[in-house]
Design a protein around this ligand. Structure first.
Ligand code: T1G
Length: 694
């Protein structure tokens, strides 16, 4: 049963017991109503305590029920809350921990609320693209005032219970035993004559509600650009202020029903579960023992190595940082210090914390200092010979059981593992630059990588606040392998009639943070050039537009050389369309006798995004990724794919694989069509009316 019912000298205790977070699924909702009825019918009961077992009072509605019949099956959460509020005997909500979303709304229906300090209190629905749908937009402003409530509802951010002690939300914040205090409080109010206070009867006091609501609207304009929920949150609160509780509640319901159907909400919920699903590896049970990681070592104090070291230091783990030359080591340490000083300047780090973090870094020139490290990550030059030297040396000095990780982004991890006598301890940890900022971490699983190594790396990834996604071994793993096809299509479209600025603008309008050409100018066109040269060697038959090579042959590597696909002015990172490059592109079309034509923005977006979805489908077919949501998480956290579209795989599902298949078929039939080998699974899934994620 998802709810326990016990009695204690005249007090009934209804305990939500639906692990992991007491989600308010149908059985839990029904259990609460049954408990309330039992208490009403028991003359010995004078009051009721509502509380949660385990790690949460309640994490809110059960999101897994959304868009299924259960979500709207009675008793709905609104019905439950009405039953709580309508109870003749006083209901005391006792909150020991997380009270979020519907969980907080349930507590707001109680007559009294007491809490332990440290409980996370939030209405985070807006982060799922919806809004509090069980009275939160109406009761919270009455409990804590219009401004505090609007801030919590529109931000979705949690507030610790002790910070709300004097807000009107809690009758008591209890330092001692919450259960005992709840029983005592219940007996006290149970002895008092009713009626007991209802939050809905309180007034929303504000000297200038209209003005503040307008201010709130202006404040959300930025974040609401691509998400409808923030404005709906304000609309619902405003309705309650203007038209009273009941009309406000009805309007809130309308808004909820509208929002829960939106693609944006679907995308945000997909990302919520995708983030959590990524940490689960199908053949590595969560009970897999992990290796203790007390000491970390990073080899290479360059941009990547320094950033990687910072991740662990930020999580309080000591890092030995190894370089081959003193000046490189000094530069690396200085860069780390400079990064932290920047964070201190922004007020996001205390000065004393800077020194504490720097003290966790032990610089060294000697491999011997790595001998007691539990996890060693190399971030040296991306060349197999260099990796070979490093891993052979590590094999000599690292202690048995140490995890040896490579930050390689393009090399074969199995070859790297074979440089050691312990391939089972070798894994890829592919960070994305800047490593101390980007959330994505591709965990590359070699053919011999041990399961406990994977489990350990996934756990430490969480500790350093990364979204870790497991990838098998292939060229480019998940993210770079897919971006390869995206760039191929971009180059083909230059040849066929588009120009860099048009392509960038079209895909940035779709929602990408940065189009392929601005991105390449930023990262350095020579990086892609080197990869293409290697690829021409390995796959001479692969048809590539040589236009990017022509650009690089002129030395136009991007911002760092003052010119790339775009022109740049000194000290100005603005990308100015380059007449010279545009002429070069037109000239190249003539050279390849490719007639230039007008290419629509719609075609640009389809060819770029479906190139990702199509390669992602092959990655799934080959088992390089275990689930479509993993691929979406890679793109949402590492490649600037718009969050409100959920990732390349969910986006293809939203468009419909039937339509994706037909579009790819059209592009395969035109110039450079040989760039399209459609993944078999797209047609198979489309024929079954399914998507990658369903
Ligand atoms: N529904 C279903 N599953 C949930 C869930 C939820 N609300 N919250 C968490 N889970 C699962 C999660 O997927 C994971 O599953 C496990 O619980 C542990 O989660 C009417 C409509 C509560 C702070 O947005 O913020 O109420 O991977 O790893 O780090 O207005 O979960 O183990 O299989 O995150 O300790 C509003 C979302 C819902 C809160 C706990 N509520 N959850 O964090 O554990 S909408 C939320 C969280 C709503 C009403 C509306 C966090 C947490 P698995 P976890 P955690």
């Amino acid at each position: 049963m998802a709810v326990d019912y016990t009695t204690h000298d005249g007090v009934a205790v209804i305990t939500l017991n639906n692990p992991p977070v007491n989600g308010l699924g149908l059985t839990t909702r029904a259990g609460i109503v049954e408990g309330l009825e039992r208490a009403q019918n028991d003359p010995a009961i004078v009051a009721i305590v509502l509380t949660g077992a385990g790690k949460a009072f309640s994490g809110g509605a059960d999101i897994t029920e959304f868009n299924t019949p259960k979500a709207t099956q009675e008793p709905t959460l609104a019905t439950v809350i009405k039953a709580v509020e309508g109870s003749a005997k006083p209901v005391v909500a006792a909150i020991h921990s997380v009270a979020m979303g519907g969980g907080l709304e349930l507590a707001l229906g109680a007559h009294y609320r007491i809490a332990a300090p440290g409980a996370q209190i939030a209405l985070p629905e807006v982060k799922l693209g919806i809004l509090p749908g069980a009275g939160g937009t109406q009761r919270l402003p009455r409990a804590i005032g219009l401004e505090a409530a609007l801030n919590m509802i529109v931000s979705g951010a949690p507030v610790l219970s002790e910070k709300l002690a004097s807000s009107g939300l809690f009758d008591e914040v209890v330092q001692g035993d919450l259960a005992e205090a709840a029983l005592a409080f219940a007996r006290k109010v149970g002895a008092q004559a009713g009626p007991h206070p209802k939050v809905r009867d309180r007034k929303i006091e504000h000297p200038n509600a209209e003005g503040f609501i307008q201010f709130a609207r202006n404040s959300v304009a930025g974040i609401a650009k691509n998400f409808p929920a923030p404005h709906k949150c304000i609309d619902a609160v405003e309705a309650g202020v203007k038209d009273g509780f009941d009309k406000g509640l009805a309007f809130e319901r309308e808004c909820f029903i509208a929002l829960v159907q939106t693609p944006e909400s679907h995308a945000l919920r997909h990302a919520f579960f995708g983030e959590r699903a990524a940490s689960k590896i199908p053949d590595v049970p969560s009970s897999t023992p992990v290796r203790e990681l007390r000491k970390i070592a990073v080899i290479g104090a360059g941009t990547m190595g320094g950033g990687i070291a910072m991740n662990f230091v930020n999580a309080g783990l000591p890092v030995t940082l190894l370089e081959t030359k003193q000046d490189a080591l000094d530069r690396g340490i200085a860069t780390i210090r400079k990064n932290y000083e920047g964070t201190v300047k922004k007020g996001k780090l205390k000065p004393e914390a800077l020194e504490q973090r720097m003290a966790l870094i032990t610089p060294t020139l000697s491999y011997d200092d790595l001998k007691d490290a539990d996890l060693i990550i190399e971030a040296v030059f991306e060349e197999l010979g260099v990796k070979e030297q490093v891993f052979k040396r590590l094999d000599e000095v690292a202690k048995p059981g140490a995890i040896l990780a490579s930050n390689t982004s393009t090399l074969d991890l199995n070859k790297i593992a074979a440089f050691t006598k312990r391939p089972q301890d070798v894994v890829g940890m592919h960070f994305f630059s800047p490593a101390n900022v980007m959330k994505l971490l591709e965990v590359v699983r070699g053919k011999d990588t041990a399961k406990d190594v994977l489990a350990t790396v996934m756990q430490v990834a969480k500790k350093i606040r990364k979204t870790a996604v497991v990838s098998g071994v292939c060229d480019g793993f998940i993210g770079n392998r897919m971006i390869e096809q995206y760039i191929r299509q971009a180059l083909f479209m230059l040849e066929e009639g588009a120009l860099p600025a048009q392509i960038d603008k079209a895909i940035e309008k779709f929602g990408f943070a940065m189009g392929p050409f601005r991105m390449s100018d930023l990262a350095g066109n020579d990086i892609g050039w080197a990869i293409r040269k290697r690829r021409y060697q390995e796959h001479p038959d692969l048809h590539y537009s040589k236009i990017a090579d022509r650009l690089c042959e002129t030395g136009r590597f991007g911002q760092k050389t003052g010119g790339g696909w775009y022109d740049y002015k000194a000290g100005d990172r603005t990308a100015y369309p380059s007449k010279l490059v545009d002429e070069m592109i037109v000239g190249y079309s003539q050279e390849t006798a490719t007639p230039r034509r007008k290419i629509s923005d719609a075609e640009i977006v389809e060819r770029l995004v479906y190139a990702l979805s199509n390669e992602g489908a092959k990655i799934l077919e080959e088992g390089i990724a275990s689930k479509a949501s993993d691929i979406d998480m890679v793109y949402l956290t590492g490649y600037g794919f718009p969050l409100w579209r959920g990732g390349p795989m969910l986006y293809a599902d939203t468009v419909g694989l039937y339509n994706v298949e037909r579009a790819i078929g059209r592009y395969a039939a035109q110039a450079n069509g040989d760039g399209w080998q459609i993944a078999k699974s797209i047609g198979d899934l489309a024929a079954q009316g399914r998507g990658f994620n369903s």
